[in-house]
Design a protein around this ligand. Structure first.
Ligand code: ACO
Length: 122
C-alpha cells in the first residue's frame, strides 16, 4: 500500500493534468494492477497501472511514469518490459492499448506501440 501511495505521488507530479482524485480512484481500484519499479533501497522510481480485460485478451494502460530524476536512463523501457511479461504470463493478455500524452508518443512508439489499432474490432 505504501508503494502504491508513493506511485500515486509520482503520477500526480508527472501527469499534472490528471486530477489527483482520478489517479487515486483507478490506482486503488481492484480492477487495476500496478507494476512498481523500486530502487535497491526500496524507493519507488515509477510504475505502470493497467486494467486487464482478460476475456478480450488486452490490457489498457491508464498511467505510466518515471520520477523526473530517473527519466531517460532506460528505466521506462525496463518497466514496460516487466509489465508486458507479467501481463502475458499472469493475465494471458496479448495486447496493450493506451491513450498516451502527446509528449509520450515517442516513448510508446519505441516500446512497440502503434497509432493504428491492429486488434480485431470485435
Ligand atoms: N518523447 C520521446 N522519446 C522519449 C520520451 C519522450 N517524452 N521519453 C523517453 N523517450 C525515449 C528515450 O529517449 C529512449 O530512446 P532510446 O531507446 O532511443 O534511447 C526511449 O524513449 C526509452 O527511454 P527510457 O529511458 O526507457 O524512458 P524513461 O525512463 O524516461 O520513461 C516516460 C519514459 C515514462 C515517458 C517518462 O519520461 C515519464 O515519466 N514522463 C512523464 C510522464 C509521462 O508523460 N507519462 C506517460 C503519459 S501517457 C500515459 O500515462 C498513458
Amino acid at each position: 500500500m505504501m508503494h502504491l501511495i508513493s506511485l500515486k505521488n509520482i503520477y500526480s507530479k508527472q501527469l499534472p493534468n490528471m486530477p489527483k482524485e482520478y489517479i487515486v480512484r483507478l490506482l486503488l481500484h481492484y480492477s487495476h494492477k500496478s507494476v512498481v519499479l523500486l530502487k535497491r533501497n526500496g524507493t519507488v522510481m515509477g510504475g505502470i497501472t493497467y486494467r486487464a480485460f482478460t476475456p478480450q485478451g488486452f490490457g489498457e494502460i491508464a498511467f505510466c511514469a518515471i520520477a523526473s530524476s530517473e527519466q531517460v536512463k532506460g528505466y521506462g523501457t525496463r518497466l514496460m518490459n516487466y509489465t508486458k511479461e507479467y501481463a502475458v504470463t499472469m493475465d494471458h493478455l496479448s495486447h496493450f492499448l493506451t491513450y498516451a500524452d502527446n509528449n509520450a508518443v515517442g516513448y510508446f512508439t519505441k516500446q512497440g506501440f502503434t497509432k493504428e489499432i491492429t486488434l480485431d474490432k470485435a
